[in-house]
Design a protein. Structure first.
Length: 768
């Protein structure tokens, strides 16, 4: 997977020859924890000290903005403006026409001087952001007399020009203040494209002067099913990040409404803010589907003037009607004037075309145009819009459905349907440029325990699985993380979902080298910085905690925090732990049944995710007085589709013996149930943990006790359970279902703190 990445690195080395310092990799990471990691970083001896006499000089007018950034940051810490002329040591920003990459820069720190070089303001900005990350974290919020920075030589440039983040402001709304914070987070990590998903079925968020009802009506709603789903999570977990954000609630004519929108004036001022941080804002007005908010305000937009839904999605607007096409152009006319971006995003995803098929207007239109497939209507719409955008000097971007029935090669395709992996190749053969934002790794609305930091880091937009030739790979403009906000009603939750995953994506898009171990190590020093910036990032996991724990007599429970910076605190009275709850700084003696809730806390008292652990006192389960049973288990196979093991039909289609827990190779059904029954003989008295990983569902009983419930139709997922067992034989039962699409069934065990292992065949017995 990383072959491409290595080749890129080797080619970057050619941009400048520098001698290697003699510190080891570990020291280098600690001294220079930059994310995304630079193309070339050479440690050097000594350090530079910034104090109130240090001048930040930018002889070229073109870097005034970047100079101001750096001066304000340093002045904030040093508590006073810095001299405008050389008084002590200096930081100099220089134009350098020799730097070929538009966003590239060089940074040199030695005890006498810091020099930043770039050919463009963007390059200079990234030099400043690197310098910022090399300064002590205190520079973000603290105050002091001096800042020390280790000497270094850096030559850097990005792999991809598109390093994007999408924010859906329709499903839940986000303030301009938060958009600025989002841009600040992006800029710190050299991300440069902010795609705003401004409209969808659930809300219209941008003022359009010609159609005022879009925001008068379309920006407001009573609570919908997404709001109530969020409220339910808050109620069940106590996590206030799921509470409806008060700043977006209003009382309209005695009714509580949720919503909001950006005026064009507010948006224009925000765009300037983003521009000064070298973030391009790309607007998306999603058409022709996902338009319910607009359709509710202007019902003539659908072919049958109804506000309904088809089997998949809401009724789209009707491109077969010239008045509707004009509406689309009117909207984009105002959008093109407002957004200076070179790109306009048409959306184009998930269009309910059945609504067009049954419309007489569209049937006539298809006949007139000689269309034989309904997809051609979308192609027609996209082509019309593409030409219109071009007349405004803009390039059309759309979700990958725009390429389904043919698309002009000037359009940019945003790949998202990871299950349709041939799209990048087809689009690329058609000479379309592509942005890679596949669901799965780059959908940041998936919770970080399912779509992990490693998944994001290991995503390779040039993966061989896309089967792109070397020339086709050149059409890949970059990567983008998408934050859909159905289940994200607050700014805190949005922070949590993107951070720190966005830092991993930044390293894919900029560095493009397989440095995961080093990245994880560097990331550790970013957590305090993110705290100082008030970012509600997801803290590192407390690993290897079992939900259900068993003890006999007494158990000493202890977990260390993943980093010294954090403290684990806990509560045992059912409440959530808080900043002054007891710290888990020594082993906790558990002698009675107990539910313990614990979480990481930052030094300032912010709480991470809460883990709930149950401790249950047991006696060792008595062994069954059986001996000399033959090896193996009794198995029974049931052909059919079952949604849970409890739904397996009563009569087996076949019964046979097996030697271990697995799906026998002889089972050729696509959908089936399996039951295993017999005994398990454990070799010593102890507390056993069992782990059942299955696709789809499985349940495990020891004796009469349901030990693991991993039932239902689901992808491979592991669940564990603990039990105190006397040495010897215990009744064993395991039921399993497969609902098709591949199967998995394995059962592991561990005693004490050892690594889990597969339960060996020699432990299983059956009666005859
Ligand atoms: C999408 O996720 N519907 C682009």
């Amino acid at each position: 997977m990383f072959k491409q990445r290595t080749i890129f690195f080797l080619s970057v080395i050619a941009i400048g020859a520098m001698t290697l310092g003699n510190i080891n990799a570990q020291e280098k990471r600690n001294r220079y924890p930059v994310i995304p990691y630079p193309s070339i970083l050479e440690p050097a001896k000594g350090s530079f000290i910034i104090n109130r006499k240090t001048a930040v000089l930018a002889p070229e007018l073109m870097f005034k903005n970047e100079q101001r950034f750096l001066r304000e940051m340093l002045a904030g810490y040093l508590g006073g403006d810095l001299p405008a002329k050389k008084k002590g040591n200096v930081i100099v920003m220089r134009f350098d026409s020799g730097i070929k990459a538009a966003e590239g820069y060089r940074l040199m720190v030695n005890p006498e001087q810091i020099t930043l070089r770039a050919r463009t303001p963007a390059g200079m900005f990234y030099a400043v952001e690197t310098l910022r990350q090399l300064l002590p974290v205190d520079v973000e919020k603290g105050k002091g007399n001096s800042l020390t920075i280790s000497s270094v030589k850096i030559a850097d440039q990005p792999k991809f020009p598109w390093r994007g983040m999408m924010l859906d402001v329709s499903r839940h709304f986000f303030s301009i203040q938060y958009l600025k914070k989002y841009v600040d987070m992006m800029a710190l990590y050299k991300m440069n494209k902010l795609h705003l998903h401004l409209t969808d079925d659930q809300g219209w968020r941008i003022e359009i002067k010609k159609y005022p009802k879009l925001t008068l009506e379309g920006a407001w709603r009573e609570f919908n099913n997404q709001d109530t789903a969020c409220m339910k999570v808050e109620k069940e977990t106590g996590n206030t990040d799921f509470r409806m954000d008060k700043q977006h609630l209003v009382n309209q004519n005695g009714k509580l409404k949720y919503g909001g929108f950006y005026t064009q004036e507010q948006m224009a001022s925000f765009i300037q803010y983003a521009q000064s941080r070298h973030v391009e804002v790309i607007p998306e007005i999603d058409m022709p589907g996902h338009m319910m908010a607009a359709v509710k305000a202007y019902s003539y937009l659908t072919c049958d003037s109804t506000v309904g839904s088809g089997p998949g999605f809401t009724n789209p607007i009707c491109p077969c009607n010239p008045q509707v096409l004009q509406f689309a152009k009117d909207i984009y006319s105002e959008i093109a004037d407002l957004f200076p971006s070179k790109y306009l995003h048409i959306g184009g995803d998930e269009v309910e075309k059945s609504n067009w098929l049954k419309s007489p207007v569209c049937q006539d239109f298809m006949r007139e145009m000689g269309f034989t497939h309904v997809n051609q209507i979308q192609s027609y719409f996209t082509a019309q819009m593409k030409t219109f955008f071009k007349s405004k000097g803009k390039t059309l971007v759309g979700w990958d459905e725009i390429s389904e029935a043919g698309i002009d090669s000037a359009a940019v395709v945003m790949f998202w349907r990871s299950w349709a992996g041939a799209i990048p190749m087809h689009a690329s053969k058609n000479k379309n440029k592509l942005i890679m934002s596949p669901s799965g790794p780059l959908y940041f609305d998936a919770t970080p325990d399912i779509n992990t930091l490693a998944d994001v880091y290991n995503y390779d937009p040039l993966d061989e699985k896309y089967r792109l030739s070397d020339t086709e790979k050149e059409n890949i403009m970059g990567v983008q993380g998408n934050l859909w906000t159905e289940m994200i009603p607050t700014e805190e939750r949005a922070d949590y979902m993107i951070m720190p995953r966005m830092t991993a994506l930044a390293e894919v898009g900029w560095t493009y080298r397989p440095l995961y171990t080093s990245y994880r190590k560097r990331l550790e020093s970013h957590y305090p910085r993110l705290d100082d910036l008030n970012i509600n990032y997801r803290m590192p996991d407390i690993i290897d905690v079992a939900e259900n724990n068993v003890f006999v007599g007494e158990k000493l429970f202890f977990k260390a925090a993943p980093l010294k910076y954090y403290t684990i605190r806990y509560a045992t009275d059912g409440s959530l732990p808080h900043a002054s709850s007891k710290a888990l700084d020594k082993p906790l003696s558990v002698k009675q049944n107990l539910t313990l809730k614990m979480a990481l806390f930052t030094p300032s008292g912010r709480r991470g995710d809460v883990s709930t652990l149950h401790f249950v006192g047991q006696q060792y389960r008595k062994q069954e007085p059986l001996s000399n049973l033959p090896e193996g288990l009794d198995a029974a196979l049931y052909k059919g589709s079952f949604s849970a093991t409890t739904k397996i039909k009563p009569t087996a289609d076949s019964t046979f013996k097996v030697l271990k827990v697995e799906v026998p190779a002889s089972v050729k059904y696509n959908e089936f149930g399996l039951r295993f029954k017999g005994y398990i003989e454990v070799p010593e008295t102890g507390i056993y943990s069992f782990y059942l990983n299955c696709d789809d569902g499985g349940v495990l009983y020891i004796g009469d006790q349901l030990l693991i419930d991993n039932d239902g139709l689901h992808p491979a997922k592991e669940k564990g359970g603990q039990i105190a067992l006397e040495k010897g034989m215990h009744a064993f039962k395991l039921n399993y279902i497969d609902g098709g699409g591949g199967n998995r069934l394995d059962l592991k065990y561990s005693i004490g703190n050892e690594e889990p292992k597969i339960v060996p065949a020699s432990w299983f017995r059956s009666k005859e």
